[in-house]
Ligand binder design. Structure first.
Ligand code: FES
Length: 101
């Protein structure tokens, strides 16, 4: 497996693996709420992708409108890491922790 980097704009950078789920990767570092549907329906996990791509692997981001998608919003719970990405507007569980590199 190859390493990938998730950069959270103005906050931190975390290491993950190709094929990992984005929400799980963020949760491992206490960067996102755990209270979520995890199937693309509630949008509580949403964040904006500002660089790179994710793969929904045939899952449908039902909680996002076409306008949301145009604006870069993604659903980490159904997002698979396929390379280095940069994200912003995440709902931090512990903002203090997420300010450290
Ligand atoms: S956790 Fe509900 S849409 Fe992601």
């Amino acid at each position: 497996m190859s390493n990938c980097v998730i950069t959270i704009v103005d906050q931190t950078e975390i290491q993950t693996q190709f094929g990992d789920n984005l929400l799980s990767s963020l949760n491992k570092h206490s960067l996102l709420s755990k209270s979520a549907c995890r199937n693309g329906n509630c949008r509580i996990c949403r964040c904006r992708l500002t660089q790179g791509v994710i793969d929904y692997q045939n899952k449908i981001p039902l909680a996002l409108s076409d306008e949301d998608i145009e604006q870069g919003w993604i659903l980490p719970c159904i997002s698979t890491i396929v390379g280095d990405i940069q994200i912003t507007d995440i709902k931090a569980v512990n903002p203090k922790k997420s300010n450290h590199k």
